[in-house]
Each structure stands twice: as structure tokens, then as C-alpha cells.
Design a binder for this molecule. Structure first.
Ligand SMILES: [Zn+2]
Length: 296
């Protein structure tokens, strides 16, 4: 397969928001595993905005021990911006626009984005990320909703982007060529999905975790069994995403798109004395990544 073939492919790019690498190693992920091996990667951003700003300029989380493998290619980068430093290892797709979305739109692709965490809410005037897309679908919490327990520690279904996989697949298939980006909040606090509903125990642990996030405090720390319970919820949130990605991949496979799935950043649960993300602890900067080419 010539490298030029990669540049002509349709594209599916997915971020599993806040998903930890070690959680991915413990999850059952048949559809992601079929793409390629789980890679341990280091993200250039510790929270959603900088991680996606880099990503949209082609700077993916970088595999720690290997490059990217796509088909028969071993690559230093999947996408490489003209603004990047020269590199010895080849890139799958070189581009010169300011973002991947601009690059693909200029080449006639339908460029579609979808998201569920608040950095992607186009109703928030300060959010620049959704404005980078000519078409963006936001399914998460409304802008300026009060940060109450009732608004945050909730079961989620339609507020999960991948609950709309069929709709997004249809939008792609209506176009001759497509670039689809999905930010997936099922692995983001509160980690609830149809596979990981709230229980009295997890609801209480989540309330405490939100307080620790909000106060940037480590006290009182979560008990080890509460941490395990919450990490188990994130694992089930990832497994739910894998099921939904399986539906998406089945609909799009005949177009043989290039697919990259990664976390934007991870999450700390007190291992270094803090909770949440936005700081450079290894639990935050080490993320899972898969890439591959779908085939019918
Ligand atoms: Zn994020």
C-alpha cells in the first residue's frame, strides 16, 4: 500500500475523554483490539483544551515504545503539520493547513465533529474547539447549567456522543469523502453509561470525587475501595464505548477509513496526592491509543 493511499482515506478520529492507560489494559475491547495493538502513549496536554488543540494540529499522543503502525507502514506520525519540526521517520499524511479539519475540508471532505464534554459546547461563547468544525453536534450538558449534584452525578444515555453512532455514520455515508471526529465522554467523570449506572455507593463516591476535583484538594482522600469502584466504572464506560464503536465501524467499514482512537489525557485518583487532571502526573499524561485501517 503506497503512503499516498493513507492521504486519500476517509478518517475517523475519536478521543476517549479522561481514559487512563491502565484502565484500558484491564478492559475487554474487541472492536478496538481489532484495529491494532493497544499502545501506551504520552499526551501533549493534561486537560481537554490543550490536548485537542495539539491533536487538531496533528500532534497525537506519542507512543512510548514504538511508532504508529498502519497497514504495512511504521510511522513517526499519522499526521504531520507543515509547522512541525523535520523528522526522520515518515508521516502517514503531510498537511499544510492550520488544522486537520481545514486540510480535509479544503480537499472536499465533509468534516463532522461531535462532542459531549463542556469544552465542546458551542453554546459557550468562550469555546473555540467546536468552532473549528463546519458541522458540529454537541450532546452534553447545557452551557452555564449550575454545577449541582443533580446536574453532575447522573445516569447518562443520550448525553453520550456514541449513543448517536448511527446518526453520525449516516452523515458520513451521505458524503463522497468524510472526516469524522468524536469526543467521547463515557470515560469522563461521572463515568456513567447504560453499562455503568449509578448505585448508592458509586453516587456517594462520585460526589466526594467531584468535591476533590473542585477544591483541587487531596483531603479527605478516597478510600482504596472507592477508587477501585470508580476505576471500574471508567472501565465499563470504555467497554460501552467499544460496543458503540463496533456499530460505527460496521457501518463505515466498506469505505476503509483510517481510524485513530486515543484518550486526550488520563486522570489521577490520589496516586501522587491529587485528583482529576490538568497537572502532569503520569496517570494523567499516559494514555491509550489504537490506530488502524478498517476493512469490510
Ligand atoms: Zn478531556
Amino acid at each position: 500500500m503506497p503512503a499516498a493511499d493513507l492521504a486519500e482515506r476517509d478518517v475517523v478520529l475519536v478521543t476517549l475523554d479522561s481514559c487512563r492507560y491502565d484502565v484500558a489494559t484491564r478492559a475487554s475491547l474487541p472492536h478496538l483490539s481489532a484495529l491494532g495493538p493497544l499502545l501506551e502513549a504520552e499526551t501533549p496536554g493534561t486537560y481537554t483544551f490543550p490536548a485537542h488543540s495539539a491533536l487538531f494540529n496533528g500532534f497525537l499522543p506519542q507512543p512510548v515504545n514504538a511508532g504508529f503502525v498502519l497497514g504495512h507502514h511504521r510511522l513517526g506520525a499519522v499526521w504531520r503539520s507543515g509547522a512541525a519540526r523535520p523528522a526522520t521517520r515518515p508521516a502517514g499524511v503531510q498537511f499544510t493547513g492550520t488544522t486537520l479539519m481545514e486540510h480535509y475540508a479544503d480537499r472536499g471532505y465533509r468534516v463532522i465533529g461531535a462532542g459531549g464534554v463542556t469544552f465542546f459546547n458551542p453554546g459557550e461563547p468562550g469555546n473555540s474547539l467546536p468552532r473549528l468544525f463546519p458541522e458540529f453536534h454537541y450532546v452534553g450538558r447545557p452551557a452555564q447549567q449550575p454545577l449541582t449534584r443533580a446536574g453532575r452525578v447522573v445516569d447518562r444515555d443520550e448525553a453520550l456522543t456514541l449513543a448517536h453512532a448511527g446518526f453520525l455514520a449516516q452523515r458520513c455515508l451521505e458524503a463522497d469523502r468524510f472526516f469524522l471526529f468524536i469526543n467521547c465522554p463515557s470515560t469522563h467523570i461521572p463515568y456513567t453509561t447504560p453499562n455503568s449506572p449509578l448505585t448508592p455507593s458509586t453516587g456517594e463516591a462520585l460526589e466526594r470525587l467531584y468535591r476533590l476535583h473542585d477544591t483541587k484538594s487531596a483531603h479527605p482522600p478516597l478510600a482504596p475501595d472507592a477508587v477501585e469502584e470508580l476505576l471500574g466504572m471508567q472501565r465499563r464506560g470504555l467497554e460501552w464505548a467499544d460496543e458503540q464503536l463496533g456499530l460505527l465501524f460496521r457501518r463505515l467499514a466498506h469505505r476503509q477509513p483510517l481510524v485513530v482512537v486515543c484518550a486526550d489525557h488520563g486522570e489521577e485518583f490520589g496516586e501522587g496526592g491529587r485528583y482529576g487532571h490538568g497537572h502532569p502526573h503520569p496517570t494523567v499524561t499516559t494514555v491509550p491509543l489504537w490506530c488502524g485501517l478498517l476493512s469490510p
